[in-house]
Design a protein around this ligand. Structure first.
Ligand code: A2P
Length: 393
């Protein structure tokens, strides 16, 4: 007789198909088809290694089941099934205690489970997949950073012609690099945040932009950065159902980023510029880069009026000037940050280098506690209300 057991599952609506969990799992319990990434109940030994590496929290789903969902069932899901009613049993409870302890440990390194802002537009996800990708045409490839900085960040424009590609600000798409890996398998898509607003890089064109940094050994980033006008690119997605902007025009947005982590914030800013001209809650940005000429969109960003977007551009490697990180400037601006933290209209977004997360958290903690707010409780409540979003890599 099958005992009820706790099964580890992935939420297909929130999963962005980055395959990091699959690459991390030491027992190869995680696998994918063209549609979904799934967990094999027979192989998963609850080691929890996949929990902290998931950028969305979609990996952190559990159902008590009499019979585990099969791989084929999971491959077919568009959404997770609800927890079925099952009488509690001591077997499950014993398992729960041990698992809760493991999970608590794993969560220490995780961004936590994210939720979309309550007023966000419902996103479309997973419209195109590995078996049925969209084909986009490259209509632009501009270098955003100067040669002297050594950094090569590109603004890539992709046009989808007659194929629908409904993306919201904050969502990502996958690019499938051509060719095969060492085992002869097609390459998996790499994910890039869309940096244009929902009505297109050019308003009312069926196009979007990406902000891509060339990585020395990066298979896909080199492919993308070398694309020529007219080239065709295979695209999956859109992905992402939580790192979205509130539709409420009074909402205030605090955005913290490094490097290409600025991509979604360019989209947020352009959305507000186009859709809510003159009448929106404030947006504040802390943006870190090595130098001004390696900060993507430095010129255009400086032209965005301060009344729409308050910009704190900070630099870590200007010769003769002390290194400054985003968290250092947050401390300098602590009054403004404290004011935002205390306001239930505020949404916080953090995007960029994973290493920045710890420093930013510490700055928030210092600022919150100096005004008598308990940081962890504030953050967790904000996350639960869809007002705290982290996407780091
Ligand atoms: P640095 O590399 O000088 O230590 P880019 O993607 O253009 O390199 O920008 C990333 C920026 O983030 C750089 O200024 C980098 O500084 C900075 N950075 C690196 N580590 C951290 C960290 N732990 N916290 C905040 N910023 C960081």
């Amino acid at each position: 007789m099958n005992k009820p057991l706790k099964q580890h599952l992935i939420d297909p609506e929130i999963c962005i198909r980055c395959y990091t969990c699959e690459m991390t799992c030491p027992v190869e319990a995680i696998t994918h088809d063209d549609n979904n990434v799934v967990v094999d109940a027979e192989k998963c030994d609850f080691c929890m290694d996949c929990i902290p590496v998931c950028p969305t929290g979609s990996i952190d789903e559990w159902r008590v089941v009499e019979t585990p969902y099969s791989l084929d069932e999971q491959f077919g899901w568009q959404e997770l099934p609800a927890q079925a009613e099952i009488g509690s049993s001591s077997g499950v409870e014993a398992l729960d205690d041990a698992m809760e302890a493991l999970l608590a440990e794993a969560h220490k390194g995780a961004g936590g489970k994210s939720k979309a802002p309550a007023t966000a537009t419902k996103p479309t996800v997973n419209l195109y997949n590995l078996g049925k990708p969209a084909t986009a045409k490259v209509t632009g490839n501009f270098r955003l950073t100067s040669g002297e900085s050594g950094s090569d960040v590109r603004h890539i424009i992709l046009d989808f012609g007659a194929q629908p590609m409904p993306v919201l600000e904050g969502q990502s798409i996958g690019i499938i690099p051509p060719g095969t890996d060492a085992e002869g398998k097609p390459h998996l898509p790499r994910l890039y945040s869309v940096s244009s607003p929902r009505d297109g890089e050019r308003p009312n064109f069926n196009n979007l932009s990406l902000t891509v940094k060339r990585e020395v050994q990066g298979l896909c980033s080199n492919y993308v950065c070398d694309l020529k006008i007219g080239d065709e690119v295979k695209v999956t997605g859109p992905f992402g159902a939580t790192f979205l902007m509130p539709e409420d025009s009074a909402a205030r947005m605090l955005m913290i980023c490094t490097g290409t982590g600025s991509a979604p914030f360019r989209a947020f800013t352009m959305r507000r510029q186009r859709a809510q001209a003159g009448g929106s809650g404030d947006m504040i940005m802390f943006f870190g880069a090595r130098t001004p000429d390696s900060l993507p969109y430095f010129g255009p960003l400086n032209k965005v009026p301060e009344r729409l977007l308050k910009k704190h551009l900070v630099f870590s490697r200007i010769p003769g000037v002390d290194k400054e990180y985003v968290q250092d400037r947050m401390m300098v601006e602590q009054e403004a940050v404290a004011n935002l933290l205390a306001d239930p209209q505020t949404h916080i977004y953090i995007c960029g280098l994973r290493g920045m997360e710890q420093g930013v958290e510490l700055a928030f903690k210092n600022i919150a506690e100096s005004t008598g707010l308990a940081w962890e409780a504030t953050r967790d409540a904000m996350r639960d209300e869809g007002r705290y979003h982290v996407e780091t890599y």
